[in-house]
Unconditional design. Structure first.
Length: 273
């Protein structure tokens, strides 16, 4: 494996699979630094239980699914509630819109095929594909992952939907302020060469912290000029751009390992110029 990260310090903002990512950074010659910008992710059992019970009692006209992991968690909870068959039936009689190949794969495991799927793995892509459908007066259920999706919700309301229900099987807990402070100072002081982001909440927690302490403009400047921001995929990249941070590395394959390899190639190409 080429030493494309030789001498580079890479901050890992995602706590999940950090050991695996650290190993890849080291294999590429770099130094990994764990700088979690996201706290624990946990299943909100009570919310999920009530959401599933309402789901099967009053099935929606459209079901919008945004993550495969979230759908798996919903079915696991439905099985514990002995409502798995009822949930499957509700989905079978609903128009399904899916974002991302992992969501499509989770549906395929259950012999379900979405009527609509995004064209690029992003929420924007999903909205584009939904535009040709009449949602006026329709009841919509949206499965999210850990946080709300204000842009999608606003768009659905504009389309004249009669009801929008949110199901959040997972919730993100904010990271420790000390962790955010360390990451922010690493960026501002240029003690690192790159930051890898693996979910939208990470960049949102970081920018909110920087803004609170009056350092947001400086942080954005460092990302623009000195520190490379990498996104694991288009959804994370979109969130970064919404927060005013341009990701310079987005792998074609939405994998953490692919992101690190792509980051190494970015530095290698930059040094050749």
């Amino acid at each position: 494996m080429a030493q494309n990260l030789l001498g580079k310090k890479v901050a890992l903002a995602g706590p999940r699979k950090s050991e695996e990512m650290s190993m890849i950074v080291r294999k590429l010659g770099g130094t990994p630094l764990l700088r979690p910008a996201q706290g624990t992710v946990f299943v909100d059992d009570e919310h999920l239980k009530s959401s599933i019970e309402t789901w099967v009692k009053s099935p929606p006209d459209w079901t919008i699914l945004t993550t495969g992991m979230g759908l798996d968690a919903i079915f696991q909870a439905a099985e514990q509630l002995e409502l798995q068959e009822e949930l499957l039936e509700a989905l079978q009689h609903s128009h399904i819109a899916a974002r991302g190949y992992k969501t499509v794969n989770a549906l395929r495991k259950r012999n379900l095929t979405p009527a609509v799927r995004d064209d690029d793995g992003s929420t924007s892509g999903l909205i584009r594909e939904l535009m040709s459908y009449d949602l006026q007066g329709k009841r919509i259920l949206v499965q999210l992952h850990g946080e709300s999706a204000p842009r999608l919700m606003a768009w659905l309301k504009e389309r004249g939907t009669s009801e929008i229900r949110e199901v959040l099987p997972y919730r993100h807990v904010p990271p420790q302020d000390t962790d955010l402070e360390e990451l922010l100072e690493d960026i501002l002081q240029q003690r690192i060469d790159a930051v890898t982001f693996t979910s939208a909440p990470q960049i949102r927690f970081l920018t909110a912290y920087a803004e609170k302490h009056g350092k947001l403009a400086d942080m954005k400047q460092r990302f623009e000029e000195d520190v490379v921001a990498a996104a694991v995929g288009r959804v994370t990249a979109q969130a970064m751009m919404e927060e005013g941070v341009t990701p310079k590395v987005i792998p074609e394959e939405e994998r953490m390992g692919s992101m690190i390899v792509s980051l190494g190639k970015y530095f290698a190409e930059k040094e050749r110029v």
